[in-house]
Design a protein around this ligand. Structure first.
Ligand SMILES: [Fe+2]
Length: 525
């Protein structure tokens, strides 16, 4: 049967007679036949023409069949080579097969056998090429899928980064930055809860500013004590300015946290706070991508705070941030309520009656609202302790005027406010703290505020003492004029207290508190 396709076969042999017979036979079978007398000649032909199969003798001058087969392998892996040998040996056979030659024939060769062999290798070659093409197609498909996947991930990532940037550029109040930071963490990462802690060289103990809880996470108690191990991780992250990612159960984590991240927030190269994220149960853990998002949003938030502070109403923004800290502080102490607000109102009433300027009143507004801000540096176990304090604990509490003044000093302005905060527990007789200053050495507005502070403290139900009888409060304040308090400030306070119009204001102040905190309502005796 004649072969339909014109496949080209290259025969290589140094015996012309053999080449003649083979040529005639294969041409008759429909193949295109090319012949060469040795390996070198064959290589030249292969360079110039397209050949589908090469049949070669082994023993030839110039270049033998085995060397030729090896050279062909180097040029074209897909070209099948059939080696014919008159001296079959195991060595030659192994060598031939090792070099990838498709088949070999032992002389004398029957022409029919030879054609079967050629057909066989041509078929194998076809399969080999098809396989190669298929593999290439699969590889390309996989490459395309990987590219697609990568593209999808990039788009998703860009989307998230855009969302983060968009959130922070729209914020006008610095306190909202912290709120958004924890909210974004629970929305964009796998976090169940996220918290932002203030911690820096003044506030060395992490102070929780905001907390957000993921919608999918069911947490009945929002407020919880900061576990010691987490406190240590926050301090570690803030101390070396490096993020922390713990994605497996670790002794460093408390029982109820399976995965944890902490990212320090730097403002102008200085540590300002630490953002944390926790997964509380299940098999999902944080990965590097989550950490990347957290770092990105912390950086965007820091930038936003810096911008708000630098280019917008710097004082208002910082003040509202600090005020928010005071509110967060007061919210922890059920009995304190809106202490700072009431102290400010009462102190301003006294100061105004004593003839202070409007500038003094403005100063008192800031100092009064922030006077106890230093308490964010005091441990909850001391601050919220029911019952009386030990000497050591009281010594801790006594640090709050200095810590508060230092926080305000850090901001670089509010010089007078800072002094008033520092001295708001100094007694007129010099037995107060922190410096034991006395009389006129104590800033005047501190002396005024001290009266208002003591009055409010005695009126409120505190965790260590029940609210006092009103008449007793007034008698204590009167008795202590000249010892604990500035006598002029006390006199003015008492005048105000006995004025019915002022009494009404005071009553309103405490009525609101009375509803939720059961404070003593001041009465005119
Ligand atoms: Fe205080």
């Amino acid at each position: 049967m004649e072969k339909q396709s014109r496949e080209t076969i290259l025969f290589v042999d140094d015996e012309e007679a053999i080449l003649d017979i083979v040529r005639e036979f294969f041409q008759h079978k429909g193949y295109t036949v090319i012949t060469a007398g040795n390996g070198l000649e064959a290589l030249k032909i292969l360079e110039a023409q397209n050949v589908n199969c090469c049949v070669t003798d082994i023993n030839m001058p110039e270049m033998d069949g085995l060397e030729l087969a090896e050279r062909i392998r180097q040029i074209d892996m897909a070209l099948p080579v059939i080696v014919m040998t008159g001296f079959p040996s195991l060595d030659a056979t192994i060598h031939t097969l090792k070099n990838g030659v498709v088949d070999f024939l032992i002389k004398p060769v029957n022409l029919g056998q030879m054609e079967m062999c050629v057909r066989g290798v041509l078929h194998q070659r076809e399969l080999f090429v098809e396989n190669l093409l298929l593999k290439e197609e699969i590889r390309r498909k996989e490459q395309l899928e990987a590219l697609n996947r990568e593209l999808r991930e990039k788009v998703e990532e860009l989307d998230i980064l855009n969302k983060i940037m968009g959130t922070f550029t729209g914020i006008r109040q610095s306190f909202d930055v912290f709120r958004s930071l924890t909210d974004l963490t629970t929305t964009l990462t796998r976090a169940d809860t996220s918290r932002f802690y203030l911690i820096n060289n003044v506030v060395e103990k992490p102070f929780e500013v905001t907390v957000s809880i993921s919608q999918k996470f069911d947490l009945s108690v929002k407020k919880s004590e900061l576990p010691y191990s987490i406190e240590q991780l926050i301090i570690e992250s803030s101390a070396n300015g490096m993020p922390i990612l713990i994605s497996k159960k670790s002794l460093k984590l408390p029982e109820n946290i399976v995965s944890f991240m902490a990212v320090p927030m730097m403002i102008r190269g200085k540590i300002f706070g630490v953002l944390t994220a926790s997964i509380h149960s299940g098999n999902i853990k944080f990965n590097n991508k989550d950490l990347y998002y957290l770092s990105f949003m912390t950086e965007a938030a820091a930038y936003s705070i810096e911008n708000l502070a630098l280019y917008e109403n710097i004082c208002d923004n910082l003040f509202s941030t600090l005020l928010a800290f005071v509110k967060a502080l007061e919210a922890r102490d059920f009995y304190t309520g809106r202490h700072a607000e009431r102290v400010t109102i009462i102190a301003k009433m006294i100061a105004q009656k004593m003839g202070c300027s409007s500038e003094d009143l403005e100063i008192l507004e800031v100092a009064g609202r922030l006077h106890d801000i230093g308490k964010i540096g005091i441990k909850d176990s001391i601050l919220l302790k029911p019952g009386s304090l030990t000497d050591e604990e009281f010594a801790e509490i006594k640090k709050h005027p200095v810590i508060g003044a230092d926080i305000v000093e850090q901001l670089g302005f509010w010089k007078r406010e800072q002094e008033i905060i520092r001295s708001h527990h100094e007694r007129f007789d010099g037995k107060g703290y922190p410096a034991g200053r006395k009389g006129e050495e104590i800033p005047f507005l501190s002396r005024v505020m001290f009266v208002a502070d003591a009055y409010d403290a005695m009126c409120s139900h505190r965790c260590y003492r029940n609210g006092m009888n009103e008449a007793k409060i007034i008698s204590i304040i009167s008795e202590r004029a000249g010892t604990q308090f500035d006598p002029d400030a006390v006199r003015t306070f008492l005048e105000l207290y006995h004025d019915p119009a002022v009494y009404e204001t005071l009553q309103k102040l405490y009525l609101t508190e009375a509803c939720d905190q059961n404070s003593t309502i001041p009465r005119v005796p």
